[in-house]
Every structure is written in C-alpha cells, then in structure tokens.
Design a protein around this ligand. Structure first.
Ligand SMILES: Cc1cc2nc3c(=O)[nH]c(=O)nc-3n(C[C@H](O)[C@H](O)[C@H](O)COP(=O)(O)OP(=O)(O)OC[C@H]3O[C@@H](n4cnc5c(N)ncnc54)[C@H](O)[C@@H]3O)c2cc1C
Length: 275
C-alpha cells in the first residue's frame, strides 16, 4: 500500500477544507468496500486518503413526512427502515452482512454497474441528493445525479452529504433477480412506487438497476401507467416500454439480450405485486 497520509475529519467543514486543500489527489473513502480492495490490490495508489466515517454524516432522521439520510449512513441502517419497505428491502438485498455494515448509502452511487440497487430504490422514492463544497450546498433530484457510466454531476471539491426521501404514500415493490438467492450481483433490479387514486394510477415511479450505465428511471414505463387503470393492459404496456428503454449490457453474469428480456418479466411482476 502506498498511502502515506490518512485523514479522519471530525466534521463536514473539516472534510471539505481538506478536499479543497488537496484536490483530486485526496481519495475519499466512506465505508471502503469499493475503495479498499482497489488500494489493497494496487489498482488505486493514492498517497493521501480521507475517511468520512467520523465526519458526522451518518445520521438518519425522520420528521415532517421525510426521511433524511446522511451520506455515510450504512446499508444496515437502511435495512432497519422497516417503515419504508422499499428502502429496507433494497438494502437487505445488497451483499452480505459485512458489506452492509461497512458500505454506505452515498457510496452506493459510486458503485459500478450492476451495483446500485439502493440507488434504484431511492430513485423510485423521488429522493433528492445534497452535494456540498466549501462554497455551499446544492440539492437536486437524484435522477439528475447520474450522467453516464461511472459519471455524475459531482464537481471537484464536492462531497455527497445526504439524501431526502419523502415517506412514500403509495404502494411499493422491490424485486431483484440474480443467479443466486443472496450475495450475488443483480441481473435486473426493479423498484416501483405507485400512488393510486382508487383504481387509477395517479403517479408512477419505476427505477431499474443493472440494465444501464447507472441506476435509471423507466420514464416511458411510468408514462404508460399514469392516469390509467392498473390492469393487465397497462401493466403489459409498462413492461414493454421498460424493455425498450433500458440500456442493458453483457457481462460475466448475463447477456444484454437476457437482461432486456428479464426487465419485461420483472417490471411486470413488480406491478402485479402492487396490483
Ligand atoms: C462483495 C460486494 C458485494 C456487493 N453487492 C452489491 C449488491 O448486490 N448491490 C449493490 O447495489 N451493491 C453491491 N455492492 C456495492 C456496495 O453497495 C458498495 O460497495 C457500497 O455501497 C459502497 O459504499 P462505500 O461507502 O463502501 O464506498 P467506498 O468504497 O468508501 O467509496 C467508493 C468511492 O465512492 C466515492 N464516495 C463515497 N462516498 C462519497 C461521498 N459521500 N461523497 C463523495 N464521494 C464519495 C469515492 O470516490 C470513493 O472512493 C457490493 C460490494 C461488494 C464489495
């Protein structure tokens, strides 16, 4: 290992000052589940690293119909959010206990596909993400955070500081399909949140993971449901739309063709579960 200096800031201000001082040469580490293996294997060789675990960013707080989540809240903390099953189920589906105990919510945004299952749940819940640098904070819809494969809107000097999730008022479903039951990368993940007015879908949110360059909203599938009765016809239309709009890839786990096929199957199943 080449790392010579390891900083452990005790506040967000201190962390942002260190980042401003050292720039991109300072590797940010939250839980370390992605960063540490790369360092240990010599793939990443930062001379300086900064651990965020003591910067006071791990609070999870519920008030006024919203859940506020600090960026370094762990996946285990999310798995404990039983009042928001979509979050709890998504977090519980990720890795094993060790990964969930160390891995953070903020870190999940930076995990290469097919990871990003928690981010998909946050997208379906209309979460916002707050970014900060020494100049101030900005909050944006999480759907605007990702810009491409391992690319996002984070500027040099900025950190992800937290998330705001409106407590869902509708029905949700989380389905994750992999080659094994647990501790396995996803072939497709579907997170759905439907707000109903009687039999009619008032608002639909469908997010997909492992079938694109990053976790994404299936907006055409959402449009196929909004204002319609939730029945076989609208569910079928949403499943077809999601199949067409996803951007799957081939890797060691599944082919692009199979991933796309499974998007249709799992979007349908998620919506049928809600229906
Ligand atoms: C064995 C294993 C199994 C896994 N299985 C799954 C799975 O099934 N589904 C899934 O979705 N994910 C899975 N993951 C990925 C896991 O979710 C991520 O490893 C975890 O969420 C990353 O969080 P972390 O805090 O450990 O990131 P770290 O390793 O600490 O950080 C990685 C990088 O993210 C950036 N970063 C992190 N936090 C911030 C921040 N607050 N501000 C700015 N930049 C930041 C930094 O550039 C940092 O170097 C798995 C990982 C492993 C190792």
């Amino acid at each position: 290992m080449t790392t010579k200096t390891y900083y452990q800031p005790r506040s967000l201000d201190e962390a942002l000052s260190l980042l401003a001082q050292h720039g991109p040469a300072l590797l940010v580490i939250a839980g370390g589940t992605l960063a540490m293996p790369l360092i240990n294997e010599g793939v990443s060789m930062p001379e300086q690293a900064m651990g965020l675990r003591r910067a006071g960013l791990n609070l999870v707080h519920r008030a006024d119909g919203h859940l506020t989540i600090g960026a370094t809240a762990t996946l285990t903390q999310m798995a404990e959010q039983q009042e928001i099953p979509l979050l709890a189920e998504a977090a519980h589906s990720i890795g094993g206990w060790a990964i969930r105990n160390m891995g953070t919510v903020g870190g999940n945004l930076f995990a290469p596909p097919p990871a990003g299952d928690l981010a998909a749940a946050l997208l379906a819940l209309d979460a916002t993400v707050t970014l900060a640098d020494r100049g101030g904070r900005r909050t944006l819809p999480l759907s605007e955070f990702f810009t491409g494969f391992m690319m996002n809107v984070l500027r040099p000097g900025e950190l992800v500081v937290g998330f705001d999730v409106p407590i869902p008022t509708g029905k949700t479903a989380f389905l994750r399909y992999g080659r094994k039951q647990a501790n396995t990368p996803a072939i497709v993940t579907v997170a759905a949140h439907l707000v109903m007015a009687g039999q009619t879908v008032k608002q639909a949110r469908i997010a997909l993971n492992a079938v694109g360059p990053h976790p994404l909203r299936a907006r055409n599938a959402e449009a196929a449901l909004a204002g319609r009765k939730l029945d076989e016809v609208s569910i079928g239309a949403a499943a077809v739309a999601a199949t067409e709009e996803c951007e799957p890839f081939t890797d060691a786990i599944a082919t692009e063709w199979y991933r796309r096929k499974m998007v249709g199957v799992y979007v349908r199943r998620a919506l049928e579960q809600i229906a």
